[in-house]
Design a protein around this ligand. Structure first.
Ligand code: ADP
Ligand code: ZN
Ligand code: ZN
Length: 754
């Protein structure tokens, strides 16, 4: 082998042990020269026993690390396995650098699970009988409360000539394959299986409904595409209320992009992956679009990734991980509801899909445009738009008809003063009565679950807390106390363990309590409840929403889950029971989250022809987040919020690194956290603001103590430098065995408090 040829590969061995984070060097045998490339999945002999292992090539070099004679050789390229795209490996390297996780974790995040599956088949479901007979069958299902069957038939009857992709039926409609089989045996439906053919001709786009864009919408599409054609790659923000036509704009942009031979990625928060939205994309793009969601099996995900890699699809829609679809020619990345916290990963690497999308857009050949959309943009995004880093478009008209609701703030202090001890203000009670009397529906929304239902002693103030976590437990039906962090359960005690008094009771404002109160005031109301308890099983979320949409109930009580997703034209009243609960959360995003939730919740009323009412109940009616949400005034909120962030150097005014230290032993954890702080101090970084270590907001979960150090700095690179230094320290600590009892994680610009 001649010198100078690129004949050594640095390889990450795909073994689950987290600490194996360094590449190993192997020689590329002659027969594989030129075939092994960055991102190739290869098999190599590993360890003393030379067991055959798989690894990813993360670099190719002509510089041997050790004696070339002793360097082991790559055995083979793994055939039949999909090679990680070079872009994805580069993206992983970027994530590794900026979010601080192991390279192997970063690779696992961006590379889909390798799972062989059968030939690529696409399955569809269509009606197998005449429409009228199917209609009869449907009525029968409804009568017999066969909800899954009912849902499927309803969807099929909505557009009787249309086929529905199988994965949507099992996924979004949550119909099991057993039900599908049984219906198909009865001849009610037909399942078509088609081998997936490449480059399908015709047929695509056959069912698209043609919409003429409004001048505002057209202007957005035209500007972005003109930029694209002139070679300009940018990030754009569409600030537009729900129903202002953003999705239609996305669809037209994608049309343009794919007509230029490029591909598009559309990210939506998992919760917004509604059947209706997905069908809009299927109707428009036919087989060229594919949906990724958590209900797909690893085999199906692999199929999808393969189709994407081979250019069989042009558009992928899914939650944040859809970003890692191995598209060779991405031209456009859309992130809808860009402010959603689900775009931030909560596991290492704790990447943000928005930042990662922007990086990916730079890495793809030719570059891609990034379009962000939201009714309540994140402070980060709007800040950058204001600075001209992102181009801003506004859509201010609701195209769905309906008027903006009438919003009223009910002062709960005032209610108490006038002797109203109910959890409903008088105004909300009146409006609820009116909505029910007139045959309309109402949604009652409580901001947070964890705080509600906690049990305390009225005499001494003792609060029942979980023995393993530093949080209060909630009372549930059956006289049990439950910890929502670890699941610990214990019976409610009647006597205060602190002072012995009998005045032990729950703070009653949880979803169950609201349901009870509604039924007490309106015995004839039909109430559905949606919270973490009622949505524990798969598909229950959709079931509750579709039952409410079918007007099987007239009141829907729930946590923040109910403010997203479906449109309910018959809802004329939205009540927000304790608007300030999330304001009291102790992190800097509390105001932003409150504003977003209230704005979204308020926007749920008056979607149909009848004007809507919103009642926001609050103990802090003067708070700017509440006032500006009531006025649906994003700009007013932004101005207040950004001046506060600037004052305190919180993101987006600066960047923030949270270093979390978890320890089984509190003292040892504190000692190590203090040492980390000392290391950071010693770096003497100009203009850095360092806070802590301090106990995290929840100081203990599952008997693990949690501490946190915050570092704020304008320059992300400086923070990344701190992370690198600490990683070196951790390398030393690892050798000393400290990391058996503590764990350290990094979170840049965290979106949730700790
Ligand atoms: P958003 O994504 O902002 O919530 P959508 O794109 O879903 O808004 O639009 C809301 C509704 O208005 C949809 O039913 C859509 O089909 C319709 N719509 C959007 N743009 C137009 C248009 N230019 N002409 C007619 N209807 C439109
Ligand atoms: Zn007591
Ligand atoms: Zn607990």
């Amino acid at each position: 082998m001649e010198n100078g040829s690129l004949s050594f590969a640095n390889i990450i061995i795909d073994i689950s042990h987290e600490k194996v984070d360094r590449p190993f060097q192997y020689r590329i045998p002659e027969r594989l020269l030129g075939k092994v490339e960055v991102g190739s999945c290869v098999s190599v002999p590993f360890g003393k026993g030379n067991t055959k292992r798989q690894g990813y090539v993360i670099g190719i070099t002509d510089v041997p690390e050790f004696d070339p004679e002793k360097t082991k050789e790559i055995l083979d390229i793994e055939e039949g396995e999909m090679s990680a795209e070079r872009i994805m490996v580069q993206l992983a390297a970027w994530m590794h650098k900026y979010y601080g996780s192991t390279m192997i974790n970063a690779l696992r995040t961006v590379i889909p699970v390798r799972k062989k599956s059968k030939a690529l088949v696409k399955r569809y479901i269509r009606l197998g009988m005449r429409e009228r007979d199917a209609g009869d069958f449907y009525s029968n299902c409804v009568k017999k409360h066969q909800v899954a069957r009912g849902r499927l038939l309803e969807a099929l009857l909505e557009n009787p000539d249309e086929r529905i992709p199988y994965e949507l039926v099992t996924g979004k409609l949550n119909v099991t394959s057993a039900v599908i089989r049984s219906l198909s045996e009865k001849g009610v439906i037909i399942v078509d299986s088609e081998e997936y053919y490449r480059n399908p001709v015709g047929d695509v786009n056959s069912q698209r409904k043609d919409i003429t864009l409004s001048p505002e919408q057209k202007n957005i599409v035209d500007s972005v595409i003109a930029d694209y054609d002139s070679g300009m790659r940018q990030t754009y923000l569409i600030h537009g209320i729900t129903g202002s036509g953003k999705t239609e704009v996305y669809i037209k942009m994608i049309d343009e992009i794919i007509s230029r031979g490029k591909q598009a990625i559309v990210l939506i928060p998992e919760i917004a992956l509604t059947y209706q939205t997905l069908m809009r994309f299927y109707r428009h793009f036919g087989e060229r679009v594919s949906v990724m969601n958590s209900t797909l099996s690893p085999g199906e995900k692999y199929d999808q990734a393969k189709r994407a890699a081979e250019g069989d699809i042009d558009i992928i829609i899914g939650p944040r991980s859809a970003l890692f679809t191995p598209f060779p020619k991405v031209g456009l990345i859309i992130i809808d509801e860009e402010h959603e916290s689900t775009y931030k990963s909560e596991t290492m690497p704790k990447y943000h899909a928005r930042e990662t999308a922007i990086e990916l857009a730079k890495l793809v050949p030719g570059g891609a445009s990034v379009v962000l959309g939201s009714a309540t943009p994140s402070l980060e995004t709007y800040y950058r738009a204001m600075k001209g880093e992102y181009k801003l478009f506004e859509l201010n008209r609701r195209l769905t008809g309906g008027t903006l609701p009438d919003v009223e703030i009910a002062d709960l202090r005032e209610e108490l003063r006038s002797g109203n001890r109910s959890i409903f203000s008088r105004s909300l009670q009146e409006k609820l009565a009116e909505a029910l009397d007139t045959g309309h529906q109402a949604m009652l929304f409580i901001n947070r679950r964890g705080l509600a239902g906690f049990v305390s002693c009225r005499s001494c103030g003792y609060v029942f807390k979980c023995p393993h976590c530093d949080v209060s437990m909630s009372e549930h039906r059956g006289g049990m106390l439950i910890c929502h962090y670890c699941g610990h359960t214990q019976p409610v005690q009647k006597i205060c363990p602190e002072c012995g008094s009998k005045y032990v009771s729950a703070f009653r404002a949880g979803t169950q309590q609201i349901e009870k109160e509604v039924l007490k005031l309106f015995p004839k109301a039909r109430v559905l409840r949606m919270d973490a308890d009622t949505t524990r099983t798969k598909g229950s979320y959709e079931k509750i929403l579709s039952a409410f949409a079918a007007e099987e109930a007239n009141v829907l009580v729930g946590t923040q889950m109910i403010v997203k997703g479906h449109d309910f034209p018959n809802v004329t009243l939205v009540g927000i029971l304790a608007a300030d609960m999330s304001l009291n959360a102790s992190d800097y995003r509390a105001g932003e989250r409150t504003f977003q939730l209230l704005t979204q919740a308020a926007g749920r009323a008056g979607r149909g022809s009848v004007p809507g009412n919103v009642v926001i109940q609050s103990y802090q009616p003067d708070n700017y987040a509440i006032i500006s949400a009531a006025k649906q005034d994003y700009k007013a909120f932004y101005e207040e919020e950004i001046s506060y962030r600037e004052l305190l150097r919180y993101p987006p005014a600066a960047h923030m690194l949270a270093i979390q230290i978890w320890a089984k032993d509190e003292e040892f954890g504190k000692e190590k956290a203090n040492q980390l702080r000392a290391f950071i101090d010693r770096m003497r970084i100009q203009n850095a603001i360092i806070i802590g270590p301090a106990a995290a907001v929840i100081g203990k979960i599952n008997d693990i103590y949690r501490m946190v150090i915050y570092v704020k700095h304008e320059d992300m690179e400086q923070l990344a430098g701190i992370k690198d230094t600490i990683e070196e320290v951790l390398g030393e600590w690892e050798k000393l065995g400290y990391l058996r009892s503590i764990q350290v994680q990094f979170d840049f610009d965290p979106v949730r408090g700790f």
